[in-house]
Design a protein around this ligand. Structure first.
Ligand code: CMP
Length: 137
């Protein structure tokens, strides 16, 4: 069974669609192996998105990710990384296919409702960033 990390971002938490987003995962064969709601610090957000630190949008991304609480989850299932990315839709909600999470719940490329690991390797790193082994079932 494969695992991947998902973050419900501050815009979606603020809108009150945590349950609707989790339902997309559970209805499509992804189990919630771990879940918690937390407020990222600036330091957390900079470290989590360090791979983007040279990109022009880095400052805005960090500011947005600390603008309110997030929900972090470990999703588990067959081909979880790809399945999660299909369910999320394109990074820019304007380009996301109808019926995807970002098409339905996101406003802009910054406030895009959700983050998901882009590879199995990054999933492992991102899961370890947020969860200890004993928190994942
Ligand atoms: P996420 O999957 O969380 O990974 C990095 C985030 O940076 C991305 O979603 C977007 O919310 C944000 N972002 C802002 N501008 C861009 C851009 N031009 N290209 C990619 N990501 C962007």
């Amino acid at each position: 069974m494969e695992q991947t990390l998902s973050i419900i971002k501050p815009d979606a938490v603020q809108k009150g669609v945590i349950g609707k987003i989790i339902d997309r995962f559970e209805s499509n064969g992804l189990k919630i192996a771990a879940v918690k709601k937390l407020q990222l610090s600036e330091c957390d957000a900079k470290a989590f998105y360090a791979v983007h630190k040279e990109r022009p949008f880095f400052g805005e991304l960090v500011k947005f990710m600390i603008s309110g609480p997030v929900v972090v989850m470990v999703l588990e299932g067959e081909n979880a990384v790809i399945k999660n990315r299909d369910l999320m839709g394109a990074t820019n909600p304007k380009e996301a296919k109808a019926g995807t999470i970002r098409a339905d719940f996101a406003e802009s490329i910054d406030a895009n409702a959700i983050h998901g690991s882009d590879s199995k390797e990054n999933a492992k790193i991102e899961i370890e960033f947020f969860f200890s082994k004993r928190e994942i079932y």
